[in-house]
Design a protein around this ligand. Structure first.
Ligand code: NAD
Ligand code: G3P
Length: 330
């Protein structure tokens, strides 16, 4: 199958390299130096330093060529670029082909999930999300990992599982798109909280508190928005939350760690070449919590830290359960 990944960053490149093992894979990157390095040296040192990519992977900075190539299109740009990139494919994309979203987060303002954004721009295409505990560098290192392809159509899910599964990268399916996308988006905010714990030097009790009550918040908002509670116990919920909260390679956790050490958001993001979606998601989640009338104390605390109204060193005072949610579980 001819597969195109749009977006030549950390995860887009990893997925493209995986898919290239068994398919005719092409990656589009807007940066021509990245394209040249992938084609010439089979590396993407700006985003995946130290890893060799599959030599069969072809790269291009020609957007039209990349989209026309695709019998399956994978959207690998960050959330802020998904609408524009999807819209730009409209006149080029082959009819009816599936589109898979890799981004974890929401569109700011509309509060839409990524598959909703893509469906608005490409209404005649089946749309799925690929989400789970997938730290790109570990997948590149060939360590066993699993992910979930979330789409309401089981036949599409089965076909995508076939294309996206590769070696030690195992792909499950789930029809609960809302739950899967919510899990992938919200865990980034909890990972910032966990990183902050790290930066502040707190112990394992606090870490466990943040992860466990963070999961309860994912589930509470996710169910209020139409997701299924059981999804949050799976790879797209608890699995991704654990990986992102614990991995030193997580960008979101690393942002939290730096916040805990006293750096400001502007200082942290000024030094980053890669995206940490949790910073934007903290703002969106604040708005979603109000819309769905849910009490999310950990998310609310991170919203306060990110927007400057809460000092990270004071933050852990606010992470406990608030009245109305003292009972476990829930
Ligand atoms: N890195 C991971 O381990 C991982 C795993 C699963 C999901 N994700 C999610 O995948 C998405 C992409 O993450 P990433 O790690 O590849 O990010 P990244 O920051 O490493 O790379 C993003 C890429 O998108 C490009 N880009 C940004 N804005 C663009 C625009 N307007 N038009 C075209 N290209 C643009 C950048 O140049 C870069 O090549 C994020 O939503 C992230 O949460 C990442
Ligand atoms: O590096 P992060 O924090 O963006 O996390 C990457 C993935 O979402 C982990 O599953």
């Amino acid at each position: 199958m001819k597969v195109t990944v749009l977006g030549g960053g950390n995860w887009g490149t990893t997925v493209a390299s995986l898919v290239a093992r068994r398919h005719d894979a092409m990656i589009w990157a807007r940066n021509s130096a990245v394209v040249e390095e992938i084609n010439k040296d089979h590396r993407n040192s700006a985003y995946l330093a130290g890893f060799d990519l599959n030599p069969k992977l072809k790269a291009t900075d020609d957007f039209e060529q990349a989209v026309r190539h695709a019998e399956l299109l994978i959207m690998g740009v960050p959330t802020g670029a998904v609408r524009e990139t999807s819209a730009n494919t409209r006149k080029l994309i082959r009819p009816w082909i599936p589109v898979v979203s890799l981004a974890k987060g929401f569109e700011q303002g509309s509060l839409l999930r990524m598959t909703e954004v893509i469906r608005e721009e490409l209404p005649n295409h089946p749309v799925a999300a690929l989400t789970g505990p997938n730290i790109a560098r570990e997948v590149m290192a060939g360590q066993a990992a699993a992910s979930v392809v979330a789409t309401p159509d089981l036949a599409v899910a089965r076909a995508l599982q076939q294309v996206l599964s590769s070696g030690l990268f195992r792909v499950y399916s789930n029809e609960d798109v809302i739950g899967c996308e919510l899990g992938g988006a919200l865990k980034n905010v909890v990972a910032i909280a966990c990183g902050m714990a790290e930066g502040l030097g707190v112990g394992d009790n606090t870490r466990a508190l943040v992860m466990t009550r963070g999961l309860a918040e994912l589930m509470r908002l996710g169910v209020a928005m139409g997701g299924q509670a059981t999804t949050f116990a799976g790879l797209a919920g608890m699995g991704d939350l654990i990986a992102t909260c614990l991995s030193p390679a997580s960008r979101n956790r690393s942002v939290g760690e730096k916040l805990g050490r006293g750096m400001s958001v502007a200082e942290i993001t000024g030094g980053m070449t890669m995206v940490a979606e949790g910073l934007k998601t903290a703002v969106t989640t604040h708005e979603l919590a109000q819309r769905y009338q849910q009490d999310l104390p950990i998310h609310e605390t991170i919203y306060g830290v990110v927007t400057g109204s809460v000092d990270p060193t004071e933050a852990y005072r606010g992470l406990g359960p608030t009245p109305g949610h003292e009972n476990e579980p829930g």
